[in-house]
Design a protein around this ligand. Structure first.
Ligand code: GNR
Ligand code: NI
Length: 172
């Protein structure tokens, strides 16, 4: 297992659309393990493969709190099959690819998602609360969308300027 570097906006690779996983081989298992190590070290509650430069439709999530047991979840080729549409929730979101920037984003409160697990088995699950928000945030990454893309142009520009300024200052 190894940590992998996380891409930071405005890296153009973050705008790529990821392609479906077709082979559930040892390389995939290695990528999943590396993504967990990278997410836990960050720390973050989710990570999409494109954030470590792999344009595959794969994401990992663990929304357990520090005082709880770890609850690692893998979602491969996820698809939203239903949303609560008009029933929305607002969360203050952050992103490991937009470090130290936060903004409120409104999304459907509940979603039903079909996906494959790390063995390629198909599942379907209804989610709510933080898990619903997190998987929608991660699934946006698979389409090349960042949470800042849900903000007005004015707020997005301000946030990206702040990010650029802090990166320049930190020289990373
Ligand atoms: O660690 C993360 N926290 C978070 C908080 C609110 C909504 C979404 C997230 S996901 C983010 C990790 C990340 O960037 N995943 O792509
Ligand atoms: Ni993110």
């Amino acid at each position: 297992m190894a940590m992998r570097p996380i891409l930071i906006a405005p890296d153009p690779r973050l705008k790529q659309k990821s392609t479906p996983v077709e082979v559930f081989d040892a390389d995939l298992q290695c990528l999943i393990d590396d993504m967990f190590e990278t997410m836990y070290a960050a720390p973050g509650i989710g990570l999409a493969a494109i954030q470590v430069g792999v344009a595959k439709r794969l994401l990992v999530i663990d929304i357990s709190r520090e005082d709880e047991e770890k609850a690692p979840r893998v979602f491969i080729n996820p698809e939203i099959v239903w949303t609560s549409e008009g029933e929305l929730s607002t969360y203050e979101e952050g992103c490991l690819s937009v470090p130290e920037q936060y903004a409120e984003v409104q999304r459907p409160s509940r979603v039903r998602v079909s996906y494959r697990d790390r063995d390629g088995e198909a599942h379907e699950e209804e989610m709510e609360g933080l898990l619903a928000t997190c998987i929608q945030h991660e699934m946006d990454h698979l389409e090349g969308i960042l949470f800042v893309d849900h903000l007005s142009l004015a707020r997005r520009s301000m946030l990206m300027r702040k990010l650029a300024k802090s990166r320049k200052f930190a020289r990373v």
